[in-house]
Design a protein around this ligand. Structure first.
Ligand SMILES: [Zn+2]
Length: 64
């Protein structure tokens, strides 16, 4: 598998609210439980990122 890049896309104050994978453009959202917990939110998002499988964006199937 190729290299993957974790990026935080949005912060709510100091807490990361949304992160994504730069390669496959998958997005991950911080649950409300972590909305006051910057470290917990970061760990949660990174954990989700770490366990996702990168899929190359596929072209939409055409109706024939
Ligand atoms: Zn990915």
């Amino acid at each position: 598998m190729g290299e993957r890049h974790f990026i935080v896309l949005k912060h709510e104050g100091k807490v990361p609210a949304m992160a994504g994978c730069e390669k496959c453009k998958r997005k991950f959202f911080t649950p409300v439980d972590y909305s006051q917990d910057a470290i917990g939110a970061q760990e949660y998002l990174f954990n989700k990122f770490d366990h996702h499988s990168c899929e190359e964006p596929r072209p939409k199937p055409r109706r024939v």
